[in-house]
Design a protein around this ligand. Structure first.
Ligand code: EPZ
Length: 417
């Protein structure tokens, strides 16, 4: 098991390139199942989650070739309708194969993903959506068993905004017979990116990026070639690192327009932010002002940056309240930050943070992807040495994180134990 060791006290300086977005690449790679022929995806991040989805897609019959950050996938050979537990349990986004399997094979047997550290994370809206398409759904021995004579266009309303739920139903709808309307749909840039790929493949989709998406089913789709959009959560993580360390960094190959809520909130803390079309320059303040935060579906502040922002508030001048409205248990990082000297009180879905002058380095445990990143951030600003254990969580979603921080001057190393 690897661990990452960080020495605090360095002001980050320099520039780094942002990688392709994990949460765009996952549904886009899965969309290859919807067409015969080879699709080509470039700027695919090198991450454990990408390896997991490639393993699952090839187990279903897709042919996959990878050359660095370019992935070629031919969905012609799709024949297996079963996504087994040992693959799905590693990554809940595997549930995204449900829509394409139903669209192409008219049946699917997909393991229920199970919960994870940040919450129960059910898939009831995915299943309710498929039933609206006319699919027969049953749950047996931990698996979803679904079948249909052919998906029919449907009116679907999501009780809660769900990112992969919206993506799954969009992929089920593109080959369905008739028109589908998705209401209270997710508006995340990753949903828009998937819709644009499906349109390039020949799908008829209107309204992606708004709460109402309309899909007119077509007979078939063609393979395509696309570049994966930059990762806004990786970008936000490094922006917060610069704010935290009174640093001055430039992020290249990013999309400032995907980060309006994050830019707005960081400016409230006194951080200076200058943007160009694909670059963001961040200058951290000498004194970090406290600011309250509420996570919301896009275009609100992303839940995937809540833990990172909490680290910033833990050394801010004053008190702040952070409310997590998306997941029911996304404060696991709090106990680890308290071990580093943070002063945080949880009350239900909110946390009250009283800024302290310094954090102190300590051995800490990563529990989920974004909490792990927040512990590295805490180590960058803590006095002394911080050891972040179980960094396999990190490798799921951050490409070359220690190399990128090292190139900004951080004293950080990975140790294989
Ligand atoms: C996506 O997860 C992201 N993952 C998550 O990023 C992100 O935190 C989340 O959206 C919210 O933005 C990918 O895109 C692969 P949801 P997803 O369905 O789609 C509840 C990361 O770190 N819900 O939008 O699984 C759910 O429990 C990951 O990169 C139901 O109740 O999240 C949650 O409370 C973590 N029933 C809320 O909705 C359902 O059927 C939002 O979940 C579906 C969701």
């Amino acid at each position: 098991m690897d661990k990452i060791v960080v020495e605090g006290g360095v002001k980050l300086k320099g520039e780094i390139e942002i990688s392709g977005a994990k949460n765009a690449a996952l549904p886009i790679l899965v969309s290859s199942l919807l067409a015969d022929g080879e699709s080509v995806y470039s700027n695919v991040p090198r991450l454990m989650d990408i390896e997991s989805i490639k393993l699952l897609l090839s187990s279903l019959g897709a042919r996959i070739e990878t050359d660095d950050r370019t992935v070629r996938i031919d969905g012609s050979g799709l024949h297996n309708h079963e996504a087994p537990y040992d693959l799905v349990r590693k990554m809940r986004a595997s549930i995204l194969v449900l829509g394409p399997l139903m669209a192409r094979l008219k049946k699917a047997r997909v393991s229920l993903p199970g919960g994870c550290a940040i919450g129960a994370r059910p898939i009831n809206f995915h299943l309710k959506g498929l039933q609206r398409f006319g699919a027969a759904i049953s749950l047996k021995h931990g698996y979803v068993e679904a079948s249909t004579d052919g998906l029919k266009g449907a009116e679907i309303f999501f009780d809660i905004v769900t990112v992969t739920g919206t993506e799954n139903m969009m992929m089920a709808a593109v080959l369905a017979d008739g028109i589908t309307t998705l209401r209270n749909a997710a508006q995340e840039p990753e949903v828009v990116a998937l819709a644009e790929v499906l349109q390039k493949m020949g799908a008829k989709i209107e309204g992606a990026g708004t709460p109402v998406i309309t899909v007119s089913g077509v007979e078939s789709l063609n393979p395509t070639s696309v570049s994966i959009i930059p990762d806004r959560i990786e970008t936000g993580t490094y922006m917060i690192a610069a704010a935290l360390t009174n640093g001055e960094i430039t992020l290249k190959n990013c999309r400032p327009n995907h980060l309006e809520a994050v830019i707005n909130k960081l400016e409230e803390t006194g951080t200076r932010i200058e943007t160009k079309e694909d670059q963001i320059r961040v200058t951290g303040p000498s004194v970090i002002k406290s600011a309250d935060l509420k996570t919301l579906p896009y275009p609100g502040f992303p839940t995937d940056l809540q833990a990172q922002f909490m680290v910033l508030m833990s050394v801010a001048d004053g008190k702040s309240v952070i409310s997590e409205t998306i997941f029911e248990n996304r404060f696991i990082h709090v106990s680890e930050l308290e071990r580093m000297g943070a002063d945080i009180t949880i009350s239900g879905h909110s946390a009250l943070i009283k800024g302290v002058p310094n954090l102190s380095g300590a051995p800490v445990m990563a529990t989920d992807l974004r909490a792990s990143a927040s512990l590295i951030l805490a180590g960058l600003v803590a006095q002394g040495t911080t050891e972040v254990n179980r960094v396999y969580h990190i490798d799921r979603g951050y490409e070359a994180i220690e190399q990128k921080f090292k190139s900004l001057g951080a004293r950080i190393n990975r140790i294989t134990v």
